[in-house]
Design a binder for this molecule. Sequence first.
Ligand code: 5GP
Length: 204
Amino acid sequence: MVSDQSSVPNCFELLSAEPLIVVLIGPGGVGKGSIARALVEHDERLWLSRSWTTRPRRANENGSEYHFVDRATFERAIDEHRFLEWADFHGNLYGTPLPDADGKDVLLEIEVQGAGQVRAEHPDAVVILILAPSMDQLEQRLRSRGDSEEHVRLRLSSTPKELARGHELASFEVTNDDLERATKEILSILEELRQQRRNPSAKD
Ligand code: 5GP
């Protein structure tokens, strides 16, 4: 007798499930960084990319947030094709080095131009737009990071455009009204996506 195993993923399906590429986007101050860190703490299948940037380190940063480099070093890395994506954001360069994730799902926390590049290269990438509960909260959070008033204004002025592009790119939108709740919502989205990858015929 042949048993019906159609709903059980076979080893080939499991092996062929490509790692996810998960891209968190959202306006400055929305809390993407905190969410990204919470996600990797709770989900050991996620690998968080560490970006390169030419922007100076903030007083409240300890140096682990980015690989901080000068412009010449960044431009050399571009020429050497060492980035998955990169973008000029308000005059500073930011880039994702080619991932070295050892089969884990890749998590990126980047701005919208870069997310567009990742999507163009990897149409399967899952783009999640993080929203603030209100513009007032966003402004407060941006101001609390110690950036200059000029920089804060610049970031706020580009927010509507970033959000418009974000809505176009996003597969999911999550409001960061509470870090733990928003993190849980994203963890369950990822779980659902993994299930679908393991067993594509069982959608819906
Ligand atoms: P911040 O200077 O506030 O740390 O970051 C500015 C913006 O750059 C944020 O929206 C952040 O998500 C984004 N960003 C950080 N790393 C990267 C990266 O590797 N590539 C791109 N395109 N954007 C990044």
